[in-house]
Design a protein around this ligand. Structure first.
Ligand code: PRX
Length: 581
């Protein structure tokens, strides 16, 4: 079914003029190097994300402005001004200095969305260290892979989560300091642990930011590929130019906005758009510690009078499922601009929000590696429901063929971007070879397939690899297969993404058993528990099927494509490399 274009008036019902109201003019005149003119920079040509996010506002006299409206899981609210956040992050930077943690060290956080997480992230940046946030639902294997590869020297976690770290601590010789933070009380700490509260109490709230160069690494996010363990995409301080500019253009942030990004900082959306874009733009952010429920989410919007809201398709589909009655029970009239990212946003969801909330969701596209939004639907532009929108100023995407030539409008190809924008990842940590493999004929290859239409709107087609997108989170099949193979009953495992109405895909595993093991429902349950315990619930398989043997190529590689085709009852395609049974 074709969906009608949603036409945009130049000024919306809230009488806010969009920042990007002259798309063509801005795109042709835009130069990312000039974005620095709207920011401070450090003396001597340096640049630091934390300075631009926090201290810049304090220095400009806006320290009293509310930076964070925090709501805890228990419904408690706390308010933090820009000055408060600047001081808390200064304290943590001093904590790192007092511990002797050197510039360039990796400092990871493994905790829920409490104010301590944000203080730690910005304090780490001020100290010239690299911040690596981990999603709090990760299991021990997922934690070990990331901390082992990054050789993190410091981990900040909580009394509730630290047990998972202990399961793998012996594999982490580089981890020198384990800091335990509890938002509610001073935590009891065991031998070998440090108390956040005690360290912070001893630390001054004044700190001179370590001189960081625009090209110094600042943020690391692990992302999954088809093969191998997750890889750490490294972003530098210069990325802040991208966060700031896209916050204006794609999120349409205005100083009076109350902005809510629902993403956790364990994912790149939760840092680039849960911290850096809103903070550099000086708006007030809502940070909600709790998880998803339609009622709770609508309450957050109503209670804090959210104006700009950035969320994800799975959540939107869950809101649709929860029905319109719950919407009607809340006053959501403060909302003026709403956006979505992370997976394809189905056109029905855009039409639903237009009808139910009075506003269409604006889809946009980017990925961990790109660091900031590349393609977006803008506040001032017509929306074609189902399309990801058009390129940001300063960004040149292309749909290319196998030789790296741009294909004609309407044709499908690899979605690529011309390198050179500030927030582009600079490498995969300790994996330069993989980084180099992502380029073709001067293009960065994103791993997505897409089309561009005659009007320059981009349309997502699918992934070009086996990476699974479940509820907006990328899962590498290899990671899940490796975890299952560690169970004594498992001979082989093959993992695919199975289409799902709400989560887009769910992780499904096919397992063959070793001699002497029976494919019983109990064993299936045990394997599910085993994988969840290792990987966490978001990554572990939702479904497990037992099969006698897995289809493999003659060279022994599991043919996930075939498993998927069989699962979906599709044509099996080219099976000429299939191993004979
Ligand atoms: O496949 C695309 C999908 O999510 C991938 C990026 O995931 P990640 O690196 O975890 O970054 C999350 C920050 C956005 C992309 O390569 N994706 C992202 N946005 C969209 C999307 N697929 C379709 N439509 C989108 N708007």
């Amino acid at each position: 079914m074709d969906y009608e274009t949603i036409r945009k008036p130049p000024v919306n019902a809230h009488a806010v003029r969009p920042n990007l109201d002259d798309y063509a003019g801005t795109r042709s005149a835009f130069d990312y190097e000039r974005v620095i003119d709207g920011l401070d920079g450090l003396p001597g040509g340096g640049l630091n994300i934390a300075h631009e996010s926090l201290d810049r506002h304090v220095a400009a006299g806006s320290g009293d402005k509310t930076c964070v409206l925090w709501e805890g899981k228990d419904g408690r609210s706390e308010t933090y001004t820009y000055a408060d956040m600047a001081k808390l992050s200064n304290q943590f930077a001093n904590v790192l200095r007092n511990l002797g943690v050197e510039k360039g060290s990796r400092v990871f956080v493994f905790m829920d969305r409490t104010p301590e997480l944000y203080a730690a992230a910005f304090g780490t940046l001020k100290a010239g260290c690299i911040i690596g946030p981990l999603f709090s639902a990760f299991g021990p294997d997922a934690i070990r892979d990331r901390l082992e590869n990054s050789e993190a020297a410091v981990l900040v976690t909580t009394p509730q989560l630290k047990e998972k770290v202990y399961e793998v601590r012996d594999d982490l010789p580089a981890l020198k300091h384990l800091i335990i933070a509890d938002h509610d009380a001073s935590p009891e700490v065991a031998d070998g642990e440090l108390s956040w509260n005690a360290l912070m109490a001893d630390a001054s709230d004044e700190f001179e930011i370590v001189a960081t160069d625009p090209e110094d690494p600042a943020v690391m996010h692990y992302t999954s590929g088809t093969t191998g363990k997750p890889k750490g995409a490294v972003h530098v301080h210069k990325a802040v130019l991208g966060h700031y500019a896209t916050g204006r253009f794609a999120l349409d942030l205005h100083p009076e906005d109350i902005y809510w990004c629902t993403a956790d900082p364990g994912w790149v959306t939760g840092t680039s758009y849960g911290m850096f874009a809103p903070f550099t733009n000086g708006v007030t952010s809502v940070i909600y510690e709790g998880g998803f429920s339609a009622r709770a989410w609508y309450e957050v919007i109503e209670k804090y009078k959210v104006t700009v809201w950035y969320t994800a398709p799975t959540a939107i589909r869950m809101l649709m499922k929860a029905g319109d009655d719950v919407v009607k029970r809340h006053d959501l009239s403060t909302l003026r601009f709403i956006m979505s990212v992370g997976e394809p946003l189905n056109p029905e969801a855009v039409v639903w929000s237009e009808e139910t909330l009075g506003l269409p969701f604006h889809d946009n596209w980017w990925q961990t590696e790109t660091g900031s939004i590349m393609i977006a639907n803008y506040a001032a532009q017509d929306i074609k429901p189902g399309s990801m929108g058009r390129p940001l100023p300063g960004i040149e995407p292309g749909i290319i063929d196998e030789e790296g030539n741009v294909v004609a409008p309407g044709e499908e190809g690899d979605l690529a971007v011309r390198p050179g924008w500030p927030s582009m990842f600079r490498t995969y940590w300790k994996n330069e070879e993989l980084y180099d493999s992502k380029f073709r004929n001067g293009w960065y290859i994103t791993g997505d397939r897409a089309r561009m239409d005659e009007d320059g709107y981009y349309w997502f087609v699918g992934r070009s690899d086996d990476v699974i997108n479940t509820a907006g989170h990328l899962v590498g099949p290899f990671e899940v297969e490796s975890a299952l193979m560690e169970h004594p009953a498992v001979a082989e495992a093959g993992v695919i993404g199975k289409p799902d109405e709400v989560a887009m895909e769910v992780v499904k595993a096919f397992v063959s058993l070793k001699e002497g093991y029976e494919p019983t429902p109990e064993l299936r349950q045990e394997l599910t528990r085993f994988a969840r315990g290792k990987l966490g619930p978001g990554v572990a398989p939702r479904e497990i099927d037992f099969i006698d043997s897995l289809p493999k190529t003659r060279s022994g590689k599991i043919m996930r494509r075939l498993l998927k085709a069989r699962e979906l009852g599709l044509e099996e395609g080219d099976t000429s490399t299939l191993e004979d049974d």
